[in-house]
Design a protein around this ligand. Structure first.
Ligand code: GLP
Length: 236
């Protein structure tokens, strides 16, 4: 696992955007695994701005989002599909039919597999070490499935996206599993801000998989880049 620390979230997000754009220039059929949450917003802003200026062609790109809330409509303002449309898809020339979200009744892992697998998987990290919505207790061989959100995740997401109202936060989601995530060829995990300090210092000290800290599974992958700002990672 490689760690790369930037002074600010802006610099880190620009670095990752440039890395993706570089890959996209080499491979117009890039398959991206995408994350939601507050962390990748600046990355998506950078990619959107690039499209405005350089018109980088996204028309053959396939995207596979990590997770989606259950119990709300895909067009709900709080759905992850709406989030992706607003922050990225409507700002670039990706074909909407090339964008995918896990859904009940679809074998999402098979769909990803059938399309050749994910080239680059973007991840955030929960304050409790979750990746996607793989909460503590998730197993290494977990596939895309329905998951219950922990109280901590519900509270964090209520504060960030639901005006602090836990009652509005869906209690379940459908998420790619740890096994699904580890199948990506390259993984880039982003972590910004002081709230991620504990998770990042734990990730740096990991020596083996610990199901209580799902991000520890990344130690088993051969190409993981962890990109932080100076608030999330103080001791480098
Ligand atoms: C959310 C999402 C994850 C995300 C993580 C961190 O609940 N399910 O995909 O990476 O938690 O969120 P944030 O980026 O808002 O800190």
């Amino acid at each position: 696992m490689e760690f790369k620390k930037f002074k600010t979230e802006d610099e880190a997000s620009k670095y990752v955007a440039d890395l993706i754009l570089e890959e996209l220039k080499q491979n117009s059929k890039l398959k991206l695994g995408l994350a939601t949450g507050s962390t990748p917003i600046k990355l998506y802003n950078n990619l959107s701005n690039d499209y405005k200026i350089n018109k980088t062609n996204w028309s053959s790109v396939l995207s596979f989002n990590l997770d989606e809330y259950l119990g709300i409509d895909k067009n709900d303002p709080q759905s992850y599909q709406t989030f992706m449309n607003e922050h990225l898809f409507s700002n670039i020339n990706i074909s909407i039919e090339n964008t995918h979200f896990p859904k009940i009744g679809i074998d999402y892992d098979e769909l990803i597999n059938k399309n050749g697998g994910i080239d680059i998987q973007i991840l955030g990290i929960g304050t409790n070490g979750h990746i996607g919505f793989n909460e503590p207790g998730s197993s290494l061989d977990s596939k895309t499935r329905i998951v219950d959100l922990t109280q901590e995740t519900i509270q964090v997401n209520a504060d960030k996206f639901f005006d602090g109202d836990q009652k509005q936060v869906p209690k379940q989601a459908i998420s790619m599993g740890i096994d699904s995530i580890l199948k990506a060829k390259k993984i880039i995990l982003l972590a910004f801000g002081a709230s991620k300090k504990w998770a990042i210092s734990k990730l740096k000290s990991i020596i083996s998989f610990d199901s209580n800290f799902p991000a520890s599974s990344l130690i088993l992958h051969k190409d993981v880049l962890v990109v932080t700002d100076s608030e999330a990672e103080l001791d480098l």
